[in-house]
Design a protein around this ligand. Sequence first.
Ligand SMILES: NC(=O)C1=CN([C@@H]2O[C@H](COP(=O)(O)OP(=O)(O)OC[C@H]3O[C@@H](n4cnc5c(N)ncnc54)[C@H](O)[C@@H]3O)[C@@H](O)[C@H]2O)C=CC1
Ligand SMILES: CC(=O)C(=O)O
Ligand SMILES: [Mg+2]
Length: 371
Amino acid sequence: MLIGVPKEIKNHEYRIGMTPAGVRELVTAGHQVIIERDGGTAIGLTNELYEAAGATIIDTAEEIFATAEMIVKVKEPQPNECKMLRSGQLLFTYLHLAPDPQQTKLLVESDAVAIAYETVTDNHAGLPLLAPMSEVAGRMAIQAGAHSLEKAQGGLGTLLGGVPGVAPAKVVVIGGGVVGINAARMAMGLGADVTILDRSLPRLKQLDEIYGPQLKTLYSNVESIEEEVVAADLVVGAVLIPGAAAPKLVTRDHLKKMKTGAVIVDVAIDQGGCFETSHATTHQDPIYIEEGVVHYCVANMPGGVARTSTFALTNATLPFILALANKGYQKALSDDPHLRNGLNVHRGKITYKAVADVLGYEYQTAEDAIR
Ligand SMILES: NC(=O)C1=CN([C@@H]2O[C@H](COP(=O)(O)OP(=O)(O)OC[C@H]3O[C@@H](n4cnc5c(N)ncnc54)[C@H](O)[C@@H]3O)[C@@H](O)[C@H]2O)C=CC1
Ligand SMILES: CC(=O)C(=O)O
Ligand SMILES: [Mg+2]
């Protein structure tokens, strides 16, 4: 198969969909890989390294989209990338369609086959292609939150860990999945007072068993969220209903009751965000203030540590890329129900129910689509 990897074009996005090691695996398996010139240069993955691994360097994204059978990316295709997709072409990347009607429409119109990293599943009720970036974003959420708490950013002027004689900051994490636990771990490591909320009792039990009394766990409901958020210095939004738009758990009214200078980091922003007042921001301009509360809502946080993130992401994606290349998408999806759960758009039809429901499209099952 001819596999094409364009350079990412989202704001300050320096990740790339494949490393030279990935190229080598695919070439060894008999495939051809084309990489856009300087696609990985910003993180030290030079054109020379890709060529040495067996890739061909191509000057423009246009040439890659015009020839490759499968496009492998990191971020959701931007409008001009959607327009370059061809009928029947395979796209494997993050999509986050539920909060993005424009991208969804363009993908439907493209007649391409789009598999989303974030809805591929595994045997342990996990999301193996989201998890590595959730680990990164969860850990970064505390760095970003700590920085935003500084006065120069509009924050309270509070040090997360406090100092002897001064209490630490109160960190509240809503959602105890992969983002949530990584955020909690970092915040506990810095000495903050950390509470995590989830609506899964088994998950809360597991977190309690792992972290003991240093981590407070709370069942998530309207009341506990309100009480915790109002008292918090830093709130991290980390909930997910796979494939669906994030529930708006924290309202503008809650914000009015929060401390002026408190900070929210809405990691769930890529699924639309779990704070009513969130809107997506960029690494270039990551924060804004509403109701006196500093909002950090970068939708591609891992792009900020693009080198770590590229290796973490591609470790997870490569086995699936190999399966798609070796078998073709129809057989690969038919053999592997977990990869099939990644199919969001197939030749003009929406094949992920939560996306079809929220955006008002007719739904076709992935099984029917590939039959
Ligand atoms: N902004 C960014 O750059 C990035 C964003 N993300 C996003 O972060 C979000 C979280 O991802 P993961 O941690 O991997 O998901 P996950 O599935 O591991 O965890 C989500 C957790 O939310 C909980 N939850 C659902 N509804 C809840 C409610 N009403 N109250 C409390 N908890 C609730 C679930 O029980 C689950 O434990 C996703 O939207 C993901 O796309 C992930 C990576 C990067
Ligand atoms: C998961 C995601 O949206 C990201 O890594 O940018
Ligand atoms: Mg994102």
